[in-house]
Design a binder for this molecule. Structure first.
Ligand code: F6P
Length: 341
């Protein structure tokens, strides 16, 4: 068969691992592999190329995606055009590594395109899977940053506020912040109480020289709303959150008289070489999707549940985002070690 591979949405460390594992498995099973450039844009523009073995060699250790991607190009309102362009590619099946934006953009093609999905996002908020690749790498960037910034916080007797990604989900702040024992972790699923937080910070001011606060870009105080940094009008998800790190640092300094600085980790969280955990996950998922293709078991996805990579209906990735339960066991563990959350 002639099988396309497409990576869509924001990049996540591990995309190249999926391309390498799925590509190598498909080639060894005798299939032809076609790379599609820049997500859906490549389908509309007919930008495709044959993938041979040398192209795949060593991809797994690199961040980004060798195919390119886009989080600006949707199919909404252009479904007929998309299908017409897709047919011209003459593919027997399509492997898509994407997030909710990408999979929702493919919802209407169930009867027209032989699809296989791989869940991807650093935010870890995709329904249908316990974990997405890229998340572990993003958490490791956050944890390394907390460990590093604690030194300057204590040296200068300051509060360091670290804003991290995650959109409406607090997984990155929670996983990364807990791994490095941040003093405070603020997530969107648990709107914080300003007076209570102020009291916690003032108590810490009496007992330690510095303090590190990890704040999710979507976090907000009770009765307030998430801060929107700007809009990307042409994107399927146009709002870009951000700004809470800076406003938190100002608020902490003003309300506790403890000198504060902020840092936004931003796209560094998406751009590091994947961790071993993410590499292993993408190898397992890449092999799994290639096998699904070989068996012509269409409209399925490789997901991670209960410690293993499994097969699930693709629709399960198209559900609303999987947010952190406000009383999740991780929240309780964080509280047990004295983290304010
Ligand atoms: O969904 C992944 C993500 O990195 C979010 O955590 C973040 O809010 C958004 O993408 C940033 O998008 P962009 O790359 O368009 O700035």
């Amino acid at each position: 068969m002639r099988i396309g591979i497409l990576t869509g949405g924001g990049d996540a460390p591990g995309l190249n691992g999926v391309i390498e594992a799925a590509g190598k498995t498909l080639l060894s099973l005798g299939h032809q592999v076609i790379g599609i450039r820049d997500g859906f844009e490549g389908v509309f523009a007919g930008q495709v190329f044959p993938i041979e073995a040398p192209f795949l060699e060593g991809l797994h250790s690199h961040a980004g995606t060798a195919l390119g991607t886009s989080n600006k190009c949707g199919t909404e309102g252009r479904e007929a055009e998309f299908l017409e362009c897709y047919k011209k590619l003459n593919l027997d099946g399509l492997i898509v590594a994407g997030g909710d934006g990408t999979f929702n953009g493919l919802k209407s093609f169930k009867n027209d395109i032989h699809l296989i999905g791989v869940p991807k996002t650093i935010d870890n908020d995709l329904a249908g899977t316990d974990i997405t690749f890229g998340y572990d790498t993003a958490c490791s960037v956050v944890a390394e940053s907390v460990d590093a910034l604690r030194y300057t916080a204590h040296a200068h007797k300051r509060v360091m506020v670290i804003e991290v990604m995650g959109r409406t989900a607090g997984w990155i702040a929670l996983g990364g912040g807990m791994s490095a024992y941040a003093d405070v972790i603020l997530i969107p699923e648990r709107p914080f109480h300003r007076e209570e937080l102020k009291k916690f910070i003032l108590e810490k001011k009496n007992t330690q020289r510095g303090l590190v606060c990890v704040v999710s870009e979507g976090a907000f105080a009770e009765g307030e709303s998430p801060e929107v940094a700007f809009h990307v009008p042409e994107a399927p998800q146009p709002e870009r959150l951000g700004g809470i790190g800076e406003s938190m640092a100002h608020w902490v300094q003003h309300s506790t008289d403890w000198e504060s600085r902020h840092i936004v980790l931003g796209h560094l969280q998406r751009s590091k070489p994947p961790t071993t955990t993410d590499r292993f996950l993408t190898l397992a998922m890449g092999v799994q999707v290639a096998q699904l293709v070989h068996q012509k078991d269409w409209f399925k996805a490789a997901v991670y549940r209960q410690g293993v990579v499994q097969v699930a209906p693709l629709e399960e990735l198209m559900q609303p985002p999987r947010l952190v339960d406000p009383n999740h066991r991780w929240v309780k563990m964080a509280q047990a070690v004295g983290i304010y959350i």
